[in-house]
Design a protein around this ligand. Structure first.
Ligand code: AMP
Length: 432
């Protein structure tokens, strides 16, 4: 039996961050890795912030002790996860042989749970609801059967809708890897970038159009995109698209497609609205859930208490000067704040890039690449800009500003501790 990366989930959850309560934040950076002595007070439970002041910002999650306790997860010493044994190997699937070779060439040995369960149904043309977050391998779960479909059914055209430009670009990149030498095209249709080249690309009738709802709608309105020949659609991170207010655009776009549609629907969460969407858009779907827990056990989580009157930026600088913090994703709340943190870090000789909605698409991609390739050690991001990003080996996630909701928190910390690596998440909590 083949055993893939996803099977090795035994994690040792001991953490370095446990500090005695009340230790104060000092400015003596230690290069030794880990913290000792007069280091910041991680997870001290001494002072209970009151709800009233809400200094974490308007509508923040993490302003009560009960909520703050959700940012800590150090209790478990060793957790043995049940080993996932896939029912299939990639060789088992009745898919194009060249595609199989490309899958192997990408280093995929065995299907992840969502792939193992989704691919057979998608290959049969069944509608699928996949309840799976980023990091589970959901992208390949829909790309593999759909590439095969394009190879088997001449003229088949596929629309993939994603909430953010970054996710769309990442999906296209993965598509390009799987589709090497197969002789069809995919294109990205997202906003924040010149629409002209996208209109030109659409004239070549690409088999895959991967886009965000706003730009897709724009292209439809300009008569550059005619969806009447599209019979397959993927709604990726549907819950996120809903959160971002894309519901009307999504309905409009789906309404322009073939009536007889093959629909694959992915969401990290299931709620009333998501259920309604599924009821409206899918036909007798197979529902596959691989979501077993809401916080990844591969992520050590802790809070960093910032004593009253202390500057949290100085705390960030101190952490960043530790060599363990080598690939750090920092979350800020506003576009302006994120830009300022990145600039201020760079001024302190900590090379940082930023991604947020005020940056052009190409500037965001450049920033992301600089972070991915290790040219800069820190990327400062807003929640929306970072959604769905797959960045290998992020060492730490720092919640510089509190997330708005617990769900946002889960999404944030899911950027680290991926693909069998261990990650760390630290949340700044300002004492008041
Ligand atoms: P996703 O959830 O689609 O964002 O995928 C998360 C990461 O896992 C990506 O870097 C994928 O390339 C990788 N991945 C997906 N499926 C597999 C697999 N079967 N074996 C190894 N890596 C995979």
């Amino acid at each position: 039996m083949q055993v893939g990366r996803w099977n090795h989930q035994s994690t040792s959850n001991t953490t370095n961050y446990s500090r005695p309560a009340g230790k104060q934040f000092s400015r003596s950076p230690s290069r030794s890795g880990g913290y000792s002595g007069s280091r910041p007070s991680f997870g001290s439970r001494g002072r209970a912030p009151s709800r009233g002041g809400n200094r974490g910002g308007f509508g923040s999650f993490g302003t009560t002790e009960a909520e703050i306790s959700k940012f800590m997860n150090r209790a478990v010493v060793t957790t043995e996860e049940p080993v996932f044994v896939p029912e299939h190997t990639f060789a088992d699937f009745d898919i194009n042989e060249h595609l199989k070779k490309n899958i192997i060439a990408r280093g995929y040995e065995a299907p992840t749970p969502i792939q193992d369960k989704t691919i057979p149904h998608a290959l049969l043309g069944q509608d699928v609801v996949g309840l799976a977050a980023t990091g589970t391998g959901k992208t390949a779960a829909f790309l593999i059967p759909l590439i095969d479909k394009v190879m088997k059914q001449k003229g088949e055209r596929i629309l993939i809708m994603a909430p953010t430009r970054e996710l769309a670009a990442q999906t296209e990149k993965e598509l390009a890897g799987f589709a090497k030498g197969l002789g069809f095209r995919g294109m990205v249709a997202v906003g924040g970038t010149n629409i002209g080249p996208q209109i030109s690309q659409l004239k070549h009738d690409p088999a895959f159009v991967i886009g965000t709802p706003g730009r897709l709608k724009d292209l439809i309105e300009r008569k550059a995109l005619d969806l009447s020949g599209f019979g397959t659609v993927v709604l990726d991170e549907a819950d996120r698209m809903l959160d971002m207010g894309f519901i009307d655009d999504m309905r409009l776009i789906l309404g322009k497609m073939k009536k007889e549609r093959h629909t694959l629907f992915f969401s990290a969460t299931m709620g009333k609205e998501i259920e309604r969407l599924i009821g409206d858009f899918l036909t007798s779907p197979v529902i596959i859930s691989v979501k077993t827990r809401d916080t990844p056990s591969s992520v050590d989580q802790d809070v960093v208490r910032i004593p009253r009157g202390k500057d949290k930026f100085e705390m960030l600088v101190e952490l960043m000067n530790d060599r363990d913090f080598n690939k750090v994703l920092i979350f800020g709340r506003t576009k302006y704040g994120v830009e300022k943190i990145a600039k201020d870090l760079s001024r302190r000789h900590i090379h940082a890039e930023s991604i947020h909605g005020n940056k052009t698409y190409s500037a965001r991609i450049r920033a992301l690449d600089a972070f991915k390739t290790g040219k800069v050690g820190a990327l400062v991001a807003t929640d929306v800009a970072a959604r769905g990003l797959d960045i290998p080996a992020v060492s730490h996630v720092i919640n510089y500003d509190l997330p708005s909701t617990y769900e946002d928190y889960i999404h944030r910390i899911g950027r680290t501790g991926r693909a069998s690596l261990k990650g760390r998440a630290l949340t700044f909590v300002q004492d008041r």
